[in-house]
Design a protein around this ligand. Sequence first.
Ligand SMILES: Nc1nc2c(c(=O)[nH]1)N[C@H]1C(S)=C(S)[C@@H](COP(=O)(O)O)O[C@H]1N2
Ligand SMILES: [Mo]
Length: 509
Amino acid sequence: MIDVTEHREAFLAAAAGTAAVAGSYLVTGWSPSFVVRPVDQAIVNLTPGPIVTFMIETVGDAGHLIHIAMAFAAVIGLFGAVALAGLRIGARVDRSLVGAAAAGAASWLLAAGLTGISAQALGAALPPAAVVGIGGLPAPSNSPGPTSGDDPSAPEGPTGAVDAVRRRTLGAVAGTLAFVAAAVVGRRSLGGDDEPLADAPRSEGATARLREVEASALAVESDDLLGTVSPIGEFYNVDIAEFDPAVAATEWSLTFTGETGTERTVTFDELIDRPVEHRAVTLRCVGEDLNGRKLDNAVWTGTPIRPLLESVDPEGDCDCAMLRGEDGYYVQFPVDVLAEGFLAWGMNGKELPAGHGHPVRVLIPGHWGETNVKWLSEIELLNVEEDGYWEERGWEGTGEVKTVAKLWDEGVTEIDDGRIELAGHAYAGTRGIERVEVSTDGGDSWTDATLSGQLPDADVWRQWRHVFDPDGTHEVVVRAVDGEGNRQIREPSDPSPTGSSGWVRRTVG
Ligand SMILES: Nc1nc2c(c(=O)[nH]1)N[C@H]1C(S)=C(S)[C@@H](COP(=O)(O)O)O[C@H]1N2
Ligand SMILES: [Mo]
């Protein structure tokens, strides 16, 4: 059993640090003003590439939990250290209020240093001040025994005072835990973290334009089975940072820099005033396993990049460009590939959500997910090729996607008559899917699956379906053939560095 009285300062400091984080969360939610965010960002940026790749391949999405846990621990430690200093100052002058004020002021400075000077930083300052003020009160002098001046934390002090100190310390810790729970519940009821950004009022033209996004709402019929369009909340997410940048559309602009004939900056209003298109585009992450879930399709609203690009006269020697996002992400690829792309501000009939790059992201047909820069802010025309964020970390994910046919858990259903229905998605970028072949005997014999209709756009997945009569257990294997007649690569490989290959196999029955 840990002696609370003896470790009183440590308990109070940990409680104060935790209270600071909870208070900040209550005020800011998971926004850029939350004190954990910059520390998490620093951890992500400082982690060496091979470790990042190793984590992605071994623990996958749990890697996020690890760096976020480290960030929480570090921030609790920082605010805890500040609170400890406050406690000691309070004890020295024998006035816990002085200690509380010192801890509060220093916590505010720390929060402002991490996230910028704002009233929101008070969220991280008041709760630890309260913990220091209450937890640091000296032992009551009317309790039997001690006279003021005695060290209240001295374990062998008179029992009454020791009990009072113990109760107060435990009270401060319990109060902090209650505050953490209240902050989480309170924040949720203030509205989820996925709320659209409170942008400044828009011009009438812009409002009308944005209504066109809604009008798109599913020009595409979601046909049967697994669904053709992934709902926004289910569309996969890959981010280098735990927190989405909060970029208001009214503040956003895209600048073409570097080797251009004319530099150019485009605002959000200018962008959405350009010719509007709705395109179905499928994305797949190069880092996913062969039968992984980082493959999704949406209907996006936006405008083609080519005319904008031509208007700035790209002149660089490498005919290549570096694209940058507000979160510090960057990716480089050829200008002629970029010219095929699309700048999207709408997704499935809604304004582009924060997690998918609000207000504007890039969509590059047929290439791996990493080329589709979210929160786009700059397109720099280069003279010499440079590595992008993932290339620096050992990936080669800017090229065309590999061909794949998936068979997820929900793709296996027993239908009423005892037969088994197999269904999945197949994707080959702009090459398209010509056919999906299914084997129910481990690859000895193959049958063509039935394909869903092809969406009108080039860069979309297709659904396949195959029904068979089971006889015991079956080793099911699926493989796709792309529109150029190439069969999916048989030889299995890891995702790193160029994307996984092989054929999906699964025992059924
Ligand atoms: N700014 C920015 N853009 C980004 C990323 C990112 O971390 N930051 N991740 C990339 C990767 S690796 C993929 S697979 C896709 C995922 O897009 P989604 O999160 O909308 O599914 O976005 C790409 N664009
Ligand atoms: Mo990715």
